[in-house]
Design a protein around this ligand. Sequence first.
Ligand SMILES: [Zn+2]
Length: 77
Amino acid sequence: MFVELVNPGNTSQKCSRCGTIGERKGKTFHCTNLECGLVLDSDLNAARNIHVAPLSAGATRSRGGCPLPSIQLTAAA
Ligand SMILES: [Zn+2]
C-alpha cells in the first residue's frame, strides 16, 4: 500500500494521483515523479487533493468518508 505524507499547506503542489510534491507552473501542475508524470490544471489538482484530505471535512466530503490515515504522519514536520 502506498502511503504518502500529507501536508495541508501543499494541496496545490501535491500530485493528486501519486502524492509527490510537484511543480506548479502558472495554472498547471506538473508531477515530478517520472513514473507518474501527471500534468493537470493546478486548481483541479488541488481540488482533488482537498477532496481526500480530512481538513476539509464538511465541505467536499460526498463520497462516504473514504478513510485517509496518512494525515497523522505529518506530525514530524
Ligand atoms: Zn504524480
